[in-house]
Design a protein around this ligand. Sequence first.
Ligand SMILES: [Zn+2]
Length: 464
Amino acid sequence: MEYNTEEINEIAEQLVKLVGKSLKQREKAGQPTIADFEKEFRDALRQIGVSALGLYLSGLQTTPESEIRCSCGGRLQYKRMRDAKSISVFGPISYKRAYYAGCICQKGKAPLDEHYGLKPGAVGSGLAQLMALAGIGFSFEESEKWLAEFLLFDISENSIRSETEGLGLIQDKADEKAIEVSQDEKVLQQRLREVSDVPTRLYGSIDAAKVRIEPRAKDGEPVLEDDEWRDMKVGCWYQTEPVSKIQQSKRQREKAQRDGTVFRTKAHQYFCDICPADEFGKLLWTRGCKVRADFATELVFVCDGAIWIWDLVTHYYPNAKQIVDWYHAEEHLEKLADAVFTAQSDRQDWFNSLTEMLWQGQVEDVVLACQKLETQHPHVQPTSTYFANNAERMRYDVFRAQGYLIGSGTIESGCKQIVTQRLKRSGAQWTVDGAIQTAKARAAWLSGDWSTLCKQRALLPLVI
Ligand SMILES: [Zn+2]
């Protein structure tokens, strides 16, 4: 919104008068810099915000009616104009609004609060968004310092944790609800009739990363049990687009020479949970419905090869193309080579020739070559079985010719962004619920669903 310049200038002149006095004082303590000026003005604007928002909210209160309907069906009588406080992006504000009580259900009500999504005594939804945004990016302790720099007033670490996890809880509940809906036959039938927006080539990937859950002390008593590691399962739906020659990085240019077209991934939709595989399967299906995976002309899964992952893919999307991540397959060859060869040159020769075989999709030859080594070195993990079991998921020559991605970098990056960069930050201490909620809020941010999630928080029913 562009405001009238003259009116803005008028207010600015008053602001200069107000802040000027304080800056004069400061000059005595030493030469102020532009950063000092900026901070003073920001702080003054913030305080004006506190006052203006309170005044504005109080001004929204119309003449109270003597009696209104209660949500229980009874009647509420006007009692008085009552003070309320809320914490805004400017800091704690206070305002006055009409308060009603006296219903048989014994609940009171301030219609103004309900109308504008204000929760007396609590953080307003505007500030809650910023707190949670800090909370999904930094440890809660760091968030406190980070927000103080930006907002110029203090918010406690605990409030940041509670807003971040609160937002994640809303996502968790939304997931639960969506799972329920996506299993409803009627809804699924309805979807069949709406076949617009069908993705042509859609990718799916699933992976998991460990999260450390620390037993919490209860009633000040130290807890002696060991930390527990739990799997955060992460999934992603995404699409690809070719990277034009001009935009290619040096690495991508090299890749283009070898592979032809270079693709980048887009439209990432991440989802995650700490739960058994079959529960995660329901979430995979539900999020799949959202991106219309079941209607996709081509559906491709690129994953690391864990059995529980392929079981889910086969169960929910039996017609999807299954590809084992190239780098994981290559790593199996590398490990076998390391375990068997003592001479570096032998190791390298064997590895190079096997990698080339694999690149050409000659999986049967790879299996034979591995078996040969394993007979001589029975202590070695049966790599041949891994390749034999996954042969059809390793036709890399065919996949490359069809322009499929053969690397699961997208989901690995997803695990890194959701789990490593946030849940494994130093100072992080998680309960299972806290880890799930923070991860879900972070996944919503990474998927471009942040504003939708924040809107849901603002619309939550209010309790007085
Ligand atoms: Zn009532």
